[in-house]
Design a protein around this ligand. Structure first.
Ligand code: GUN
Length: 282
């Protein structure tokens, strides 16, 4: 049987519609500040998509598009200004940053109370401790919703994550562990990777290698979540070879139209949560 398509685009549209109604009922609109350094081509596209989606639900965003040669001190000063600006509820610094900037130092400078990307060590640490962080990273939150749309009960599931990034693999592993999954994280040095992936009830690919995962990597009736966005001969594709696996998997997210729209919807949801955090009377 052909795998069920997990329609992230549709699920995300539903979330955005609910957020739009929620924002309309607030006394003022939540505001998002986006810091973009340089002109990394995919980042320009992601930021444009985030701003467009925000505007559509009545959430204004301000873009701080900075020169790629900006110094760390200048960038830290801008973040400090945004931290102090009571009109701003959420701050994101689009990654990757140019090589001369220390990403951890920049992320650590964002107020944890405005860190709607959930990357600050306060927020990642609280998640790790199975306590409530202010914010959880948007892509892992979106992936959890997509998995739950197929498999509401996660307790005891074998999950394999391909990729150990700060943005996806690590926080997602923690979220799944907190739901009583047995989680393996693989990375570029993992040996006999297929022995691991072929035992996964749920497989999440987030490694940025086009069509890496083939049918012989997966278990029959696995749930497949593809976080990859790669370009092959001008066409977008994921880290999973969709055509190769579609007859063997139970369900799979498409690229585009799977995880991508969910990431944006969860970022907007975090920004609305930030507004509520900053207006405790509401
Ligand atoms: N680069 C790729 N994904 C993300 C994300 O979710 N947030 C930020 N800030 N940068 C990214």
């Amino acid at each position: 049987m052909t795998a069920r398509i997990i329609d992230g685009k549709k699920i995300a549209a539903g979330i955005r519609e609910k957020l739009k109604q929620k924002i309309a009922a607030l006394p003022s609109a939540p505001q998002l500040a986006i810091v973009l350094v340089g002109n990394d081509e995919p980042s320009l596209i992601y930021v444009r998509n985030k701003q467009k989606a925000a505007a559509q639900i009545g959430l204004p965003s301000q873009l701080h598009h900075l020169d790629e040669n900006i110094s760390e001190e200048e960038l830290l000063k801008i973040i400090a200004q945004l931290n102090a600006d009571s009109e701003i509820n959420g701050i994101i610094v689009q990654l990757p940053l140019p090589k001369h900037l220390n990403t951890n130092r920049i992320i650590n400078a964002i107020s944890p109370l405005k860190d709607v990307d959930g990357f600050h060590p306060y927020n990642t640490g609280m998640l790790q401790n199975n306590e409530k962080p202010y914010f959880i990273a948007a892509t892992p939150l979106g992936v959890m919703q997509l998995i739950r749309s197929v498999s509401p009960n996660l307790s005891g599931k074998n999950v394999v994550l391909i990729g150990a990034s700060l943005i996806v693999g690590r926080p997602l592993a923690t979220l799944l562990l907190n739901q009583e999954c047995t989680v393996s994280i693989t990375h570029a040095q993992t040996r006999k990777i297929k022995e691991l992936t072929s035992k996964a009830d749920i497989l999440v690919a987030a490694c940025g290698v086009a069509k890496l995962v083939k049918a012989d990597w997966i278990k029959e009736n696995a749930i497949l979540i593809d976080v990859g966005i790669n370009r092959e001969n001008g066409k977008l594709c994921g880290d999973i070879d969709f055509e190769d696996v579609k007859e063997k998997a139970l369900a799979i997210t498409p690229v585009p139209g799977g995880v991508g729209p969910m990431t944006i919807a969860m970022l907007l949801s975090n920004t609305v949560d930030a507004y509520l955090l900053h207006h405790p009377g509401l």
